[in-house]
Design a protein around this ligand. Structure first.
Ligand code: FO1
Length: 313
């Protein structure tokens, strides 16, 4: 079994490469739920949906979230009332939130509903939320503490952040199967997601950090930064604002306790020595997943670095 930790676009792209390298039924993706929100009374799980839609080949390619071929009639109708349309929910995407909310109200867990949704999209890998309990990423900005989607969407992550916390993490339990997937994995891959708001919330769920560090020799992280900048989103700025170095060295400092190796892009080859000085092997592989083939090569290299044998056949 290969187990990945991640969220959003970075995780989805690496997973699509991984699925070209390994049978999907051997893959378990543990996904961040700190971005989740309730809006219009609907339970919305952006990172779970981005992974699902991307791996199903149905994601809106321009935005990296939501569904391709989307229409916005419900949002337009909501504007008539002055309703909340800042968080864009397309007509097709709404079905996912309606279904998830109905099933949760019937007592299903987020894990169960996620399995129903991924199965409905024809996915064979297992997608697990990090927890079935609510965890909310909260960010402190000048005016005070705001929710993740307020930061990321309403303010277009254009404000400086001085602190991040994961509300509810202390009481949260890993979703069923998460700890086992980490303990049994032949390789654990930390996806090129935002270390501060996509990877850290997963690690904040009690038990998960310990489960990963116990497998450090078979754990490999793929840097979310290339040449000091994030491929998508505010990872570089958040790292700097929270006092970390916005480089592969800063990422290595964060991940050294968890993973034996860090995959970095050739653009950062000159920093390989500094990464290794942080206690991680530096593995230099083109990290920009501009095609399925590039994603597959990156996944294969990460698996090799984790000591996982070549794909059978
Ligand atoms: N991101 C935006 O920048 N604007 C939006 O209106 C927006 C709506 C949205 C709806 C459903 C969904 O699953 C994701 C959505 N996202 C939107 C992206 C979302 O904020 C991010 O995917 C994650 O939370 C961060 O990776």
């Amino acid at each position: 079994m290969i187990t990945t930790i991640g969220a959003g676009v970075g995780a989805a792209r690496l997973l699509s490469g991984l699925m070209l390298a390994r049978p999907p039924e051997e893959i378990t993706a543990v996904v961040n739920t700190g971005d989740d929100l309730v809006l219009h009374g609907l339970a919305i799980s952006p990172d779970l949906d981005t992974v699902t839609y991307t791996l199903a080949g149905a994601v809106n390619a321009e935005t990296g979230w939501g569904l391709t071929g989307e229409t916005w009639r419900a949002m337009q109708a909501l504007d008539r009332y002055g309703g909340q349309t800042w968080f864009r929910l397309g007509d097709l995407d709404l079905a996912t939130h309606l279904y998830r909310t109905q099933r949760l109200s019937e007592g299903a867990t987020l894990t169960e509903v996620t399995a129903e949704i991924t199965t409905a999209w024809g996915l064979e890998l297992r997608v697990l939320p990090m927890s079935d309990d609510p965890v909310r990423t909260m960010l402190t900005v000048e005016e005070g503490e705001i929710s993740f989607q307020d930061y990321f969407v309403a303010r277009r992550h254009g404000v400086a952040v001085s602190a991040v916390r994961f509300q509810g993490a202390e009481q949260a339990r890993p979703a069923p199967g998460v700890l086992e997937a980490l303990a049994r994995a032949e390789a654990i891959l930390i996806c090129p997601s935002n270390p501060i708001v996509s990877i850290a919330p997963v690690l904040a769920v009690p038990g998960i950090t310990e489960a990963v560090t116990a497998r450090r020799e078979n754990t490999v992280a793929v840097s979310p930064l290339v040449a000091g900048t994030a491929l998508k989103g505010p990872a570089d700025r958040l790292l700097a604002e929270l006092g970390h170095e916005a480089s592969v060295v800063g990422v290595a400092r964060l991940y050294a306790p968890l993973a034996a190796a860090l995959v970095i892009d050739p653009a950062d080859a000159a920093l390989a020595g500094a990464v290794e000085a942080e206690g991680m092997r530096a593995v230099i592989v083109p990290s920009i997943m501009s095609s399925p083939e590039a994603a597959r090569r990156l996944a294969e290299a990460a698996l090799a670095a984790a000591g996982s044998p070549e794909a059978a056949g």
